[in-house]
Design a protein around this ligand. Structure first.
Ligand code: ADP
Ligand code: MG
Length: 581
């Protein structure tokens, strides 16, 4: 039954009632009266039937002026049988809203009062709190408005609502369960990744162990060279034959340098993090290595270097790239036992979405360094395993299987990628892709400018703190050679006592790892409490860089990495003392 129909029926009922009254008053004719009464009865009958039989709850309410103000309450003047069923309240006719449901009366009056005032029908959902029923309702004004009546059609949708809520809750818990499962998966992956990382690190350490044998051998050779040279030098000096001295000095020097670089490589390899990424000119690096590479691969193999003009810069640890190139060239040499050709080529590469996806990289600008040989090439199986640590096809004692895995590790840590292109019987190209660095090559090398050590001014004093007497001795000799006064201390507390006196100190040179419960950095900080402008030069081994805070040194603090040559130390001291800040 639509609101219109109900309104029509209500109107008709009213008309008939009015007609009835008129007839009664004006005309006593029983026949016409009966006729009218019959018509009324018939109409009423139709209305009743409809009213009684519809499934929806239906009622007519009539507003009156209650104690809460004008039109502040209503009384139920009609209700169908379905009313009780849907609303859960029996015998509603004659009941006043505020008596029936006092707690929620305001809300209902507000809804229906608006309909009465405006004549605008409404459709809404509301809980009948008293019985806990969720109702869906439609209400419209019965005209004329002066009757103060509103008709309400409604049905109980509690079950549907409950189902909706249950469904929603199910959805929520489903989502929660899915989220839980995903979170668990992520944790699992992280555990896996951590395990893998640990494995990789332990493999690396194992490799270091394996390497140590070889390196100890190399090291002994170098030490033999150094000690032998020094011994011969001493003999010559004793005999006064100093013309030969330079030769031995040179030999000892070059052996020491090689020992230092060996240690550097070993440390670089065993460390977790990239050593020291700096903006690097790869063309210059490749050209700088050309001679070394040529010597390494031998005369049977030609080496061509093709560098691209305007090559971009990349942020990498240069010694590791050198190491990688050396490894690639040695592999190329091994693949060409009867000789051949190695081509090293650099290029700028702009990788679009597709090209980048093929290489498992984000799209963008890269530079490539490719090493191509005319050797045996690789089978698909070898290609698939080549980057695995300890994978080698070379006979015992020749291959370690670590070359490519180190190359891979380095390139990935630098945000790049390695790719193999190989054809069995024809040759191999190994390409390293390195991300472009926006910026120029840092001028960190500027400090290395060699200057003739000038003589110190009278009284300039340098303090050296190191627990190793040999280091102290060497540094003091350098200082005296240059005309500085020197003060020495073997640990932090001893040094601090002097620094807290008013002795003249123009520069503090200190080791970082020190005995006595105070490291070099702490010593410098403590000294600066009373001497805020004190210049400090740290001398450190590799592992100690973290204590200093790597590159983040305070003003007037510098760093020199062990081992260093005395010439570097001398110019660094000079530079620091002479500079104004
Ligand atoms: P190693 O050189 O000690 O065997 P690598 O990790 O450097 O270890 O190389 C792994 C393997 O990949 C080599 O044993 C070899 O089979 C293959 N390989 C690497 N580079 C080349 C190349 N340029 N040509 C052919 N095979 C190569
Ligand atoms: Mg190799």
């Amino acid at each position: 039954m639509t609101p219109d129909e109900i309104q029509r029926l209500a109107d008709r009922l009213q008309e008939l009632e009015a007609e009835n009254a008129r007839l009664k008053a004006r005309d006593g004719s029983t026949a016409r009266l009966r006729e009218a009464e019959e018509a009324l009865a018939e109409s009423e009958e139709r209305y009743r039937t409809l009213f009684e039989s519809i499934d929806e709850g239906f009622c007519i309410i009539e507003f009156f002026d209650g104690p809460h103000g004008p039109l502040s309450d209503y009384i139920h003047i009609e209700a169908n049988p379905a009313y009780a069923q849907h609303a859960g309240i029996p015998n509603v006719v004659g009941q006043k809203l505020r008596e029936m449901v006092p707690d929620e009366a305001d809300a209902w009056v507000a809804r229906y009062g608006a309909v009465l005032r405006t004549g605008k029908p409404i459709r809404f959902e509301q809980e009948l709190v008293a019985t806990g029923r969720q109702l869906e309702l439609a209400a419209f004004r019965i005209e004329p408005a002066s009757r103060r009546q509103v008709a309400v059609l409604f049905q109980d949708i509690t079950a549907r609502k409950k189902a909706e809520v249950a469904l929603q809750r199910l959805n929520e818990t489903l989502e929660q369960r899915v989220n839980d499962a995903i979170a668990e998966r992520i944790r699992e992956q992280e555990r896996l990744r951590a395990t893998e990382e640990a494995l990789r690190q332990s493999q690396k350490m194992e490799a270091v162990g394996q390497l140590t044998g070889g390196i100890a051998h190399d090291f002994n050779n170098l030490l033999t060279g150094i000690m032998g040279s020094l011994e011969l030098l001493r003999t010559r000096v004793r005999q006064g034959r100093v013309d030969d001295a330079d030769r031995y000095i040179m030999a000892a020097h070059s052996a020491s340098r090689r020992a230092a670089s060996l240690i550097h490589r070993l440390l670089a390899f065993s460390r977790r993090q990239p050593l020291d990424p700096k903006p690097t000119d790869v063309n210059r690096l490749v050209m700088g290595m050309e001679e070394l590479l040529r010597r390494t691969v031998g005369p049977q193999i030609a080496v061509d270097v093709v560098t691209a003009g305007g090559l971009w810069s990349t942020l990498i640890d240069a010694p590791q790239l050198e190491n990688a190139l050396l490894n690639l060239c040695i592999n190329a040499r091994d693949a060409m036992p009867d000789g051949g050709r190695i081509t090293i080529e650099t290029a700028n590469k702009w990788l679009d979405e597709r090209a980048a996806a093929e290489r498992d990289l984000p799209p963008g600008q890269y530079l490539s360094v490719c090493v191509t040989d005319t050797g045996t090439g690789m089978t698909p199986e070898v290609m698939a395993n080549a980057f695995d640590p300890f994978f080698t096809t070379k006979p015992m004692g020749q291959g370690t299987g670590l070359g490519l895995s180190m190359v891979y590790g380095f390139v990935r840590q630098s945000g790049g990628q390695v790719r193999i292109y190989s054809e069995l019987g024809h040759g191999t190209t190994m390409c390293l892709y390195l991300p472009r660095h926006y910026g120029t090559e840092a001028d960190h090398a500027a400090v290395a400018v060699r200057m003739e050590p000038a003589r110190a001014q009278a009284g300039e004093t340098v303090m050296i703190v190191d627990d190793e007497p040999t280091v102290r001795m060497l540094v003091i000799d350098v200082l005296h050679d240059q005309g500085y006064a020197a003060v020495e201390a073997k640990d932090g507390p001893e040094a601090l006592r002097i620094l807290q006196s008013d002795a003249r100190i123009d520069l503090l040179i200190t080791d970082v790892g020190l005995p006595g419960g105070m490291n070099g950095r702490q010593l410098a900080d403590a000294a600066r409490v009373t001497r805020p402008d004190l210049k400090v030069l740290f001398i450190t081994g590799y592992a100690e860089n973290a204590i200093i805070g790597n590159a983040q040194l305070a003003p007037r603090m510098q760093l020199l990495t062990k081992p260093f040559v005395m010439e570097d130390l001398a110019s660094r001291i000079r530079g620091m003392i002479e500079s104004d800040d």
